[in-house]
Ligand binder design. Sequence first.
Ligand SMILES: NC(=O)c1ccc[n+]([C@@H]2O[C@H](COP(=O)([O-])OP(=O)(O)OC[C@H]3O[C@@H](n4cnc5c(N)ncnc54)[C@H](OP(=O)(O)O)[C@@H]3O)[C@@H](O)[C@H]2O)c1
Length: 413
Amino acid sequence: MSFSELNPGLGQIAHLVSSLPFLLEEASSGVVCHSNPKMAAGRTLKTLSNLIARSGNVVKTASITTSNPLFSRNIKALPYFQTIAAYRAAVLHEIAKPLIIEDVTTTTKLKDLEIRIEVYTCGVNASDILICNGQYGIEQKMPFVPGFEVCGEVKEIGAKVKNFNVGDKVIGLKKDGYSGFAEECVVLEQDLWGVPQGMTFEIGASLLDTYGTALLGLHRRAEVEADDTVLVTAAAGGLGLAAVDLAANVYKAKVIGVCGTEDKASLVRDKGAFASLKYQAKNLRNKVMEVTGGKGVSIIFDAVGGDVFNESLKCIAHEGKVIVAGFASRQIPNVPTSLLLPQSFSLIGVSLSHYRDANNEVYRQVGNDVIELYEEGLISPHVSAIFPLEEVNAAMDFLLQRKSTGKVILKIR
Ligand SMILES: NC(=O)c1ccc[n+]([C@@H]2O[C@H](COP(=O)([O-])OP(=O)(O)OC[C@H]3O[C@@H](n4cnc5c(N)ncnc54)[C@H](OP(=O)(O)O)[C@@H]3O)[C@@H](O)[C@H]2O)c1
């Protein structure tokens, strides 16, 4: 039984008392506080490599390892240097069962490049639901705390963290280990970005995953420009609406959104789409050809898969580019390669998580760019619902039932 299970107040006291030697140790070891790494890059939106060349703030971290020692329920004696943290979290104990809000304790001393943050908000995403339902293709160890798109404040930094100070407002992606549906979370420095104090916690948890992925897909992979016509499927979803916003408002492309209901279609038009249609997979091509004067679209951004993807391919123009970004339908289409020939079109995959490991510089820069685009008022994330931590199961259900538009946010503090 943990301190906090005995008495929530005791857990907090234990945390304060046991933190003292650690803090003293930190002070005496000369841990230096650095200023917040606000992006210095002047963004032209010409090419991502231009952006990277101008930025002096890319955090380069090679071969980082991390652990996720979330739970320690039987604390007996602790070495003086360990901290005891007791905080509330939404915990999954059994696949496909509701999450339970409970106090958990951890006794983790931060590793060199780790940062402990107080989580204020966390985005609720499709992968949280898939993992909790055992549908993510990995065997998840229990207990498990979902949530990876966090926004909060830095509480403690590891010995070799260079770019953050205690108290900084940050947003982050914690795909290795999740654990963001909790009052506290430990994230590697390479997965955190500093944001201005003025950014709300709700917006902070709405930016990185969707806008980052959409920016990578549209800009870096498909090289979207103003003369493109972009078809976005699931256009009112988190990823889709970010793609609509970027394509229409940053790149000034002509956007056609497709989605499930008239209300969603209306939101997509409000976001800047030139046209938005309800899916009726069978006549999608006719409608798109009508809207594009028979030319078809030069870019497709798809996060649905299944029939919607197959039908959207019939709308692609000569030398078009089809971005495969996700599978909300949970149906992964098989595309015969012979299909690519008549229109000489390209199929392009995009995964933000993969960039983290394969091209960390680009991963970091995408985060910087998204923050800067928001600060300049060029993009405006849409949050359709905010649920308190206690209603985490309702939040996940809201997303699952396709009731959401844009982002769903869990408010933790
Ligand atoms: N590549 C990456 O790095 C990356 C990053 C983020 C997300 N993703 C993936 O992209 C997909 C969409 O993510 P998201 O954040 O946009 O999710 P979301 O906010 O839940 O939106 C998904 C939308 O897909 C539409 N949809 C169409 N058919 C569906 C079906 N059979 N079941 C459920 N939804 C269906 C729904 O809109 P309508 O009701 O309008 O049809 C729904 O609102 C997910 O598979 C996610 O894992 C990939």
